[in-house]
Design a protein around this ligand. Structure first.
Ligand code: BV8
Length: 259
């Protein structure tokens, strides 16, 4: 059940936290205008299931279709701006680290809006759509900020270029997983924001945080499979609720005090 005043409860927990870990999903970017992962895509993509396009098999079978879809998303993300939710997370990180605390932002998003909002310690669990790599040499490229003209795109070595994202059925980058597990085992507050909590392994991160003794919270307009597990459940949009939490964080005690 959503709490009577979860915003104040979350702000209180942030104020006294030593290490906050935040997990974000596509919902955090929704108010920037990027469709969430499970929203019906518009136009050409309305008849495709994103989950079927975000796989190595789809790329193998139809590299033109898959790279067109990703390049359209890449251009769409670049046309969006960080929203007040992204900006509030960057400010919370700044405040926490200024008082000697730790802040780790684990994101499932591939749009780099957290980076553009000023967040520093960002772990991209599912890679990024802004970097592509050669399937022959593994070399990475940052395509120019305009639509690609050749599909599927090729590298100078002649190999097909693919987005540097993690597809369904692919392992997450080892460095990202290691950073996530270290942060989850060390944190004393875990907040899951704007994710449907159905994609693994991110969907199971709350269990690691709870076994580390962390307090847990969720910000989402809807309930998710982890809602029954959290200490604080705030119903609403992250672009509206995160600035409220930031406002209520006010002056913060040095990290770790007041617990
Ligand atoms: C792996 C990059 C080893 C590409 C993505 C265990 C159990 C069951 C299944 C598995 C398991 N382990 C592995 C699997 C298989 C699979 C998986 O989890 N399948 C699910 C669907 C059942 N996982 C994998 O394959 C992972 N690899 O584990 O390797 C392995 C492999 C196979 C089998 C065993 C082990 C790799 C997963 C990564 C896939 N790549 N993205 C791309 O972007 O194109 S996932 C994709 O979904 C995005 O990253 C997205 O972020 C992510 C999760 O979706 P959400 O972010 O939550 O977005 P969604 O639209 O679903 O929800 C939006 C939420 O926001 C909603 O709740 C909504 O209410 C809320 N919202 C809306 N507006 C707002 C808002 N919230 C706040 N404010 C708002 N304004």
């Amino acid at each position: 059940m959503p709490d009577a005043d979860p915003i104040s409860a979350i702000a209180k927990a942030v104020r006294s936290a030593r290490h906050v870990v935040v997990l974000t999903g596509a919902g955090v970017s929704a108010e920037s205008g990027t469709p969430t992962f499970r929203d019906a895509m518009t136009g050409l993509w309305a008849s495709f299931n994103p989950q079927e396009l975000a796989t190595p098999e789809a790329f193998e079978k139809n590299p033109e279709l898959v790279t067109r879809w990703y390049d359209q998303r890449r251009i769409g993300c670049m046309a969006c701006a960080p929203n007040p939710g992204h900006l509030a997370l960057a400010r919370l990180e700044e405040q926490l680290t200024a008082r000697g605390g730790r802040f780790t932002l684990l994101t499932q998003n591939v749009d780099r809006l957290h980076h553009r909002a000023g967040s520093i310690n960002v772990v991209e669990l599912h890679g990024t759509i802004m970097v592509w790599r050669c399937t022959r040499t593994g070399r990475e490229f940052t395509p120019p900020a305009e639509p690609m003209t050749e599909f599927p795109p090729r590298s100078p070595a002649g190999g097909l270029l693919r987005p540097n994202v993690v597809w369904f059925g692919e392992m997450l980058p080892e460095s990202a997983l290691a950073a996530a597990f270290e942060a989850l085992q060390d944190c004393d507050l875990f907040l899951s924001i704007g994710t449907s909590s159905v994609v693994h392994p991110a969907a199971s991160f709350i269990h690691i945080a709870k076994s580390a003794g962390a307090a847990t919270g969720e910000i989402n307009p809807e309930s998710t499979p982890i809602t029954p597990l959290v200490d604080f459940a705030a119903r609403g949009k992250s672009g509206e609720l995160l600035p409220l939490i930031l406002d209520r964080c006010g002056p913060q005690a040095p990290a770790g005090e007041g617990r």
